[in-house]
Each structure stands twice: as structure tokens, then as C-alpha cells.
Design a protein around this ligand. Structure first.
Ligand SMILES: Nc1nc2c(ncn2[C@@H]2O[C@H](COP(=O)(O)OP(=O)(O)OP(=O)(O)O)[C@@H](O)[C@H]2O)c(=O)[nH]1
Ligand SMILES: [Mg+2]
Length: 346
């Protein structure tokens, strides 16, 4: 199958705390100098760092294990051991941490720069902490706390403002290529797009991130075709753009079928704000079909599109901007590396 890196697992471990030290002050003119064992250092944490320049989880297939450093043991003369260095796990925006076995959600990193996932063990106390009036020579110290090790699943949920939804061959990739910097593969056969592609539509200082996902077919919510696997990528969009291919005989039912399929996958997805785009309006007989479509869904924004007609671009662009609610959310990068998807596909 295609290796789009949208799911992986890694092994992470925080560091053990350093042991406290047992030591007594031994100095020439200080007989019985008393306990002076220092504390152990803290074990390093496991920290997830969200990096805007990453687009996939591919790099985590090359390094699966992240272990923070152990704290160093304490030393004599009340010297504390050094704290262990943290282990940083770089992840792209939109990453979600899950329990590797059950798939249960542990943490959604959206909106965060850093997230301390596992704390290192605490440093053990040195023996000088344990001196009392009646126990002047404590020959023990506290051991360092143990770090935690576990396997976690990571999942990438693409953060796009608008998701394109359409049957295979409806013209989704053509649309994203026309409007954005994306270069999604276009061809006259179904399932050309095998992995999601993001593109940015920019005007002035505003931009809208659009996601092209593989075509959805009836039964997708039960796993037919390949769109299903990618529905979650559009689950966080602000709006959807349904494509109805006007040159196809199903042009009048496409929208409803697609929407019902999405609703079966998730009610929220089916209820998302949306517009309808009738594509390929340069083909013979499609003008009438478009009017029919527009009339049938008169309570919805229905717009025509042809990749050969520049006059239709502006109204659709406008509709896409208002669907996305103007400005994109804070904390999302506009830098796109769509090529990364292709690299991962290989
Ligand atoms: N005449 C005409 N053909 C178009 C238009 N837009 C797309 N096509 C053609 O329709 C075919 C499918 O286009 P794609 O953009 O690959 O369709 P898609 O929805 O991304 O398809 P999948 O990725 O397979 O789901 C290609 O042969 C395109 O050249 C259009 O506006 N007019
Ligand atoms: Mg496509």
C-alpha cells in the first residue's frame, strides 16, 4: 500500500533520578564532619516539540526510540548530581498522541509548542538530609525515582480549513492545483490521489488551507475505496467543499450521497458547513445541469467551476474564504511542504 506517514508508534522513556549520595565530611581539622552526601539529579523528561516545518511523521520511522538522560548521582560535599537532559520528540502540527495498544486518546497537541509527556524520576536525597540529633551518621540516602517507559501511538491529523469532498475523478485535485500552491496529481482515472495533499490559497495577508483527499465512494464509511482512511484528515476543517461532476450522470445525487457517507462516519462531519461546486462546466450540456443543481439546492451556495474558465475563479475563491471564516486560526503555519507527501509515498 502507500506509505503516507500519518500513523506510527515510538518508544519513549524518561530518565531515572540520580541516587542520593552517602558521604561524610572528612577534613583535616574537622573530626567527624557529619554527613554531606548530595542529592541526585532529576531524570530528564520526554517532551513533544511541535515543529512547524514538519509535515509528516516520516522522520519517526527512522528514529523510533527516545530516551531521556538519567540524573547523575549526588556527590560528597553536598554536591548535587546534574539533571538528566530531556528527550525531545519533534512532531508536525496536528499530531495526536494515543495509547499504542488501545488507541485511546492521550493528548492532542493542537495549539501547543511543547508538551511534557513523561516526567523524569526525582533525584534521591543525599544522606545529609537524614541527619537528626539522635542519628548523626545516617549511612543511607534516598534512591532516585524511576523514570517511565512506554510505547505510544502517534497520529497526524492534517489541519486544513477546507476539505474537498467528491467522488473519484470529480476534479478535486484540479481544483486545489488551480487555487493553491499545491501540485496534486491529476489524471482521467479514479483514485489518482492516494494521499492527502494540502495547499494554501492566499490573498493579501489572508490564507486558507485546503485539503485534497482521495475520492470518496458509497460505502466509504464502512471501508470501501480508500477515502475512509482519510476522512479524519478533514474532521477538523471549518468547512467542506462538495464537488459534483457535471459531466457525470450522478451530478444531481453526488452531493447527497457524499454527505450521507460522511455523516455515517461522523455526524459532526456530515453537519459541517459547506458549499457545493459543480465541476467541468466546459463540457457539453453541463450549463443546464448546473442550473438544475443550483435549483435543487437553492438554500446552499452552489457555484460552477471549469479549469478552463478564468471568470469563474473569483466567485469561488470568495466563497472558499468566507467558508473558512477569513483568517486562519492562530498557531498554524502557512509553510507547506506538499512534496513531503510524495517523498513518503515512495
Ligand atoms: N473538461 C474538464 N475536465 C476536468 C476539469 N477538472 C478536471 N478535469 C479532468 O477530470 C479528470 C479528473 O481530475 P482530477 O482533478 O484528477 O480528479 P480528482 O477528483 O482529484 O480524482 P481522484 O483523485 O481520482 O479522486 C482529469 O482528467 C482532469 O483533467 C474541468 O474543469 N473540465
Ligand atoms: Mg485527485
Amino acid at each position: 500500500m502507500f506509505g503516507f506517514s500519518d500513523e506510527t508508534y515510538i518508544d519513549v522513556a524518561s530518565g531515572n533520578g540520580g541516587h542520593g549520595c552517602v558521604s561524610f565530611r572528612r577534613e583535616k581539622f574537622v573530626p567527624k564532619g557529619g554527613p554531606d552526601g548530595g542529592d541526585g539529579g532529576r531524570g530528564g523528561d520526554v517532551v513533544f516539540v511541535v515543529r512547524d516545518n514538519l509535515r509528516t511523521l516520516g522522520h519517526l520511522k527512522l528514529q523510533r526510540s527516545f530516551k531521556a538522560e538519567n540524573g547523575r548521582p549526588g556527590q560528597g560535599a553536598r554536591c548535587a548530581g546534574r539533571d538528566g537532559r530531556d528527550a525531545e520528540v519533534p512532531v508536525p502540527p496536528g499530531t495526536v498522541i494515543r495509547n499504542a495498544e488501545t488507541g485511546e486518546l492521550i493528548k492532542d497537541l493542537t495549539g501547543l509548542d511543547r508538551y511534557v509527556f513523561l516526567c523524569g524520576g526525582r533525584g534521591g536525597l543525599g544522606n545529609w538530609h537524614f541527619r537528626t540529633a539522635v542519628r548523626q551518621t545516617p549511612r543511607f540516602a534516598q534512591p532516585g525515582g524511576k523514570g517511565t517507559a512506554m510505547r505510544v501511538g502517534l497520529e497526524l491529523q492534517i489541519i486544513a480549513d477546507i476539505g474537498l469532498v467528491g467522488f473519484p475523478n470529480a476534479g478535486k485535485s484540479s481544483l486545489i492545483n488551480l487555487f493553491t500552491n499545491a501540485r496534486s496529481k491529476v489524471a482521467g482515472y479514479p483514485f489518482t490521489t492516494k494521499i492527502p495533499v494540502l495547499g494554501v490559497l492566499r490573498e493579501g495577508d489572508q490564507d486558507v488551507v485546503i485539503a485534497d483527499i482521495p475520492g470518496i465512494i458509497e460505502g466509504a464509511s464502512e471501508g470501501s475505496g480508500m477515502g475512509y482512511k482519510f476522512l479524519r484528515h478533514i474532521s477538523r476543517t471549518k468547512g467542506l467543499c462538495y464537488l459534483a461532476d457535471l459531466s457525470d450522470d450522478n451530478y444531481l445525487t453526488a452531493y447527497e450521497t457524499l454527505r450521507a457517507e460522511l455523516a455515517k462516519y461522523s455526524e459532526e462531519l456530515g453537519a459541517k458547513e459547506h458549499i457545493i461546486v459543480g465541476t467541468k462546466i466546459d463540457e457539453p450540456g453541463t450549463e443546464e445541469r448546473f442550473l438544475e443543481l443550483k435549483e435543487k439546492y437553492s438554500d446552499c451556495t452552489v457555484l460552477p467551476l471549469s479549469i478552463y474558465r478564468d471568470d469563474l475563479l473569483e466567485p469561488l475563491k470568495h466563497a472558499l474564504f468566507s467558508l473558512a471564516g477569513g483568517r486562519r486560526e492562530e498557531g498554524f503555519t502557512s509553510r507547506m511542504d506538499t512534496d513531503a507527501y510524495y517523498r513518503d509515498e515512495a
